[in-house]
Structure formats: C-alpha cells, structure tokens
Write a protein that binds this ligand. Structure first.
Ligand code: MN
Length: 311
C-alpha cells in the first residue's frame, strides 16, 4: 500500500472537492488542475468538483465558482504550488482538509498532507503516477491535460529535469489515445507577433563567459503587442545554445520594476541565487520579481560566480 492511498481515501471521503493551483497559472498548473478535475468527474460523477483561481491562462478556460460554504466543507487539493502565499484564491485555507501535490523545492508544508516530489519534471508527471496507482479510469481528456502540463514544464522533453519517470508518465498518458502531435502543435506553435518578438529578443542578448541575458523595457515588447509576462515566457527561445550555461530574461513590469526568469543547464543551479533575491523555483528554472537595475547587476554577478565555480 503506497502512501498515495491516503489521497484516494480522502477523495472518497469528501463529497465536495476544490482544486487550486498557483497564481498566474502556467501549463503545468492549469494542466494538473484540469486533469485532476476531469479524472474526478470521470470516476466520481456524483461529487461536486471545482477548479478554482482567476482565469488568467489563455489556453484553458477555468471558470468554476464555489461559495465559501462549499469550500468550507471541501477537501482542497493544491497543485504545483510551493508556498501558501502563491495559492490562487486564498480561500483554500477555509477547506476542511488540504492536500498539496507539487514538485517545487520548498520548506512550506502548508497543507494537512503534503506530497512533494522534487525530481519530477512537472506536477503533472507526479500526478500521473498518483492517479495511475489508483487503478481507475484515466480518460483521454484527463490524459490530454496532464500530458500538456508535462510538455510545458519539460519544454517537450528537453529540460535538465527530464528523467525516465517523465517519459514513463508520458507513455501512461499517451496510451489512452491522446493526439500527441496536435498537442505539441497547440502548445508550441507561435503567433507571428511572438515569433517576431523572439527574433528581436535574440538580437538583444548580451553574452559573456557562459552567461546570456536580456533586459527588456516596455517599448521592447509592447510594440509586438505582448505584455511583460508573455515576453519573459519566451526565455525558452534562448535554450539549446552550447555556450549558454545560464540564461535570463528580465522584463519591466507595470510598477516600473523588473521581473526575471532564470534558466540553466544541468550542473549549474539558479534557484539559490533566485532565493537570495526573494524569488525561487527549481534548480534549473527559477524566477525573481520586483528588481531594480542594481539588483539585476548583483544577480548577474552571482550567476557569473555560479558558472565559474562549475566550469
Ligand atoms: Mn510545475
């Protein structure tokens, strides 16, 4: 009996289940949330299931509304969220019982039951093994959401976090009959304005001794009709360069400060630097917020040290 059975016991115990994820949902947060919702609806059609949080993710509609009373009586499952303050819809705290399922390194065991697998490339990867262990039906639609989450966090199986488990989870999902190529196309095909922005962003890269970075102001992305977070998200465009050990994109936010995304190759870590400046994340993919140009300079210096120590 694996300890995942506690999750199943709790799911069976409650007639209302609320599902939460982190603010500004990405594909893994939304995919794990909607995949779990779908799985619950398929296997427990009489339960009330709500996927909660602000609808900010443009690929999937997240439109559920739950009353305070419903949340109060519910089991809350919080996905892909490292700390309490990052949960989208803080009403999760009102829930009768809480379960966290995540893959971020964190000391914040904010739930009643915490399931964290840091070595998982995506929460969707971990969740796939959890659901698979229950020996119930994983529908094609549920699998599609989960597979999308694995693909977004692993950039289609290319990041340093990918392991045999990532491939195995993908296999378990793929064999339900999901349209693999269609999902990849939907996730990774770019609009022309994004493509043009990427061309521009690449031309602005500063590179020295293993470190590549871009600092972008409003003008740099607004003329391509995208906002700062969408611009920063294009950091994937800078991966796969032999000389780049660590690469970063900083974008100016609406408060006039900069938010940064940091990425690294295996053997170089960025989350310690991110944490030093109030951010966090995974060893090879982290974020920091609210920086001035001086703080960016300090971060770049710390990252240079990280490179020099391991080169
Ligand atoms: Mn994730």
């Amino acid at each position: 009996m694996s300890d995942f059975n506690l999750i199943l016991e709790k799911i069976e115990e409650y007639s209302t289940i609320t599902i939460f994820r982190h603010v500004r949902a990405d594909g893994d947060a939304a995919g794990s949330q909607l995949g779990l919702k779908e799985w619950l609806k398929d296997n427990y059609p009489t339960k009330k299931v709500y996927a909660l949080g602000e609808d900010v993710y443009d690929r999937y509609p997240i439109v559920d509304q739950a009353t305070d009373e419903e949340i109060n009586s519910s089991l809350a499952i919080i996905l892909d969220t490292s700390s309490k303050d990052r949960v989208d819809d803080q009403r999760f705290e009102m829930a009768k019982e809480t379960i966290k399922i995540d893959h971020h390194p964190s000391d914040d065991d904010f739930a009643d039951h915490n399931f964290v697998k840091e070595s998982a490339a995506a929460t969707c990867e971990y969740l796939t093994f959890i659901l698979d262990s229950f020996d119930k039906n994983i529908s094609t639609q549920a699998a599609r959401y989960l597979y999308s989450g694995i693909l977004t966090d692993s950039l289609n199986f290319t990041t340093a976090s990918v392991t045999a488990d990532t491939i195995k989870a993908a296999y378990l999902l793929a064999k339900t009959g999901i349209p693999i190529y269609e999902i990849v196309e939907k996730l990774f095909d770019k609009d022309a304005n994004i493509f043009d922005f990427c061309t521009y962003m690449r031309s602005k890269v500063t590179y020295d001794n293993g470190l590549a970075y871009v600092i972008l102001d409003d003008d740099d992305y607004k003329r391509f009709n995208i906002d700062d977070s969408r611009a920063r998200f294009q950091i994937a465009e800078l991966s796969g360069v032999k000389n780049y050990k660590i690469w970063c994109v900083f974008t100016k936010n609406k408060d006039g400060y900069y938010d940064g995304s940091l990425r690294s190759k295996k053997g170089y870590t960025v989350n310690e630097t991110a944490a030093k400046y109030g951010g966090g994340g995974h060893a090879n993919a982290s974020g920091v917020k609210g920086l001035d140009l001086e703080a960016i300079d300090d971060i770049l210096n710390d990252l240079r040290k990280e490179i020099n120590e391991h080169m």
